[in-house]
Design a binder for this molecule. Structure first.
Ligand code: TUI
Length: 313
């Protein structure tokens, strides 16, 4: 499965594990990289010292490349941006914003910079600013999302830029990966599938909730506040959407989700917490190791890509 992306990053398979807040810590990132994909540590809203520690711990577990996702809405983003350069991280992805102001520092440190984008406009801006690739993330994804679906976004981004495009959102098996390749992507990023792996340090209630989820079980809260977030439906989303319908204030809505992701991931509160997951949660049926998951994905994709000359491009 060699593509422009595997060559760019020095990895075996063009499969990236999303840098999910509270979920993507060093055990998961190292396991994905050891299995031949690219693992990411999700900096999310964590302080810079936590990120530094995570990078050092991941290095103890793997010699292979791994990356850090910098969440640009974080109050610690400036310090985290410096830490990834100081610690010699090979790959940085960014989310929920425009990383322009860090790009020079990261490129100087020899980092491969891969912004996550939800529009053609930001993809073009990132290419001009020196990005090595972009993740085009469709609104099937869990967590903070844009407006456009993966099937519509990926080909439009692939037509607009000359750097490799990585598809994210709605991908859970070899069919999704092969489809992403057909849309012009050179790799994929997956999140929800990795939440239920053995190595993910996630409360079992959260894993079970994903495993039991059906196709219609996700909800998007926060459309009215300009911060749409996709999660699995529960008491929290029910209350939130009712309040949103009534035109509740930003503060009132925020109160409902305060600490909600941590409560779900760490405490296992899947009733009132924020159980972020993508629309493919309904396809995730069993727990397995990262190695087993990646081997399964590669086998399924290879079977579909046989007879094409895709990997020679
Ligand atoms: O970032 C994500 N997904 C996330 S981040 C997150 S944690 C969080 N915490 C507090 C508030 C909000 C989120 C949970 N899930 N995915 C990458 C992504 N980036 N999706 C969409 C975007 C995006 C959206 C608008 C990127 C840029 C953008 O506009 C940039 C600009 O300023 O033009």
């Amino acid at each position: 499965m060699q593509t422009e992306l595997t060559r760019l990053l020095g990895i075996q398979y063009p499969i990236i594990q999303g840098g999910m807040a509270w979920v993507a810590e060093h055990h998961l990132a190292a396991a994905v990289s050891e299995a031949g994909g690219l693992g990411l540590i999700g900096a999310a809203n964590a302080p810079a010292d936590w990120v530094r520690e995570q990078i050092r711990e991941a290095k103890k577990l793997t010699d292979k490349p791994f990356g850090v996702n910098v969440m640009l809405l974080s109050p610690h983003a400036d310090e985290v941006a410096k830490v990834v350069a100081e610690e010699g991280v090979k790959v940085v992805t960014t989310g929920a914003g425009n990383p322009e102001k860090y790009m020079g520092m990261w490129k100087e440190a020899g980092i491969r910079v891969i912004p996550v984008v939800a529009s053609v406009a930001l993809a073009k801006l990132m290419e001009r600013g020196g990005a090595d690739a972009v993740v085009a993330e469709g609104c099937e994804s869990g967590g903070h999302i844009g407006e456009t679906t993966t099937i519509a976004l990926v080909p439009q981004v692939a037509d607009a830029v000359n750097i490799p495009v990585i598809a994210a959102g709605g991908i859970a098996d070899g069919r999704g990966i092969a489809a992403a390749f057909m849309l012009g992507a050179k790799g994929v990023q997956m999140g929800t599938c990795f939440v239920v792996t053995d190595e993910a340090q996630v409360h079992d209630n959260y894993k079970q909730r994903i495993i039991k989820a059906k196709d219609i079980d996700t909800r998007v809260t926060g459309r009215s506040t300009g911060h749409p977030i996709r999660t699995l439906r529960n008491e929290m989303t029910k209350k939130y959407l009712e309040l949103e319908e009534k035109g509740a204030s930003f503060e009132e809505l925020e109160y409902l989700t305060l600490g909600g992701l941590k409560n779900a991931v760490v405490e296992g509160d899947v009733k009132n917490g924020s159980v972020m997951a993508g629309q493919i949660a309904g396809m995730v049926k069993e727990k397995m190791s990262c190695k087993a998951l990646i081997e399964k994905l590669v086998k399924e994709t290879d079977a579909l890509m046989k007879g094409t000359d895709f990997y020679k491009l």
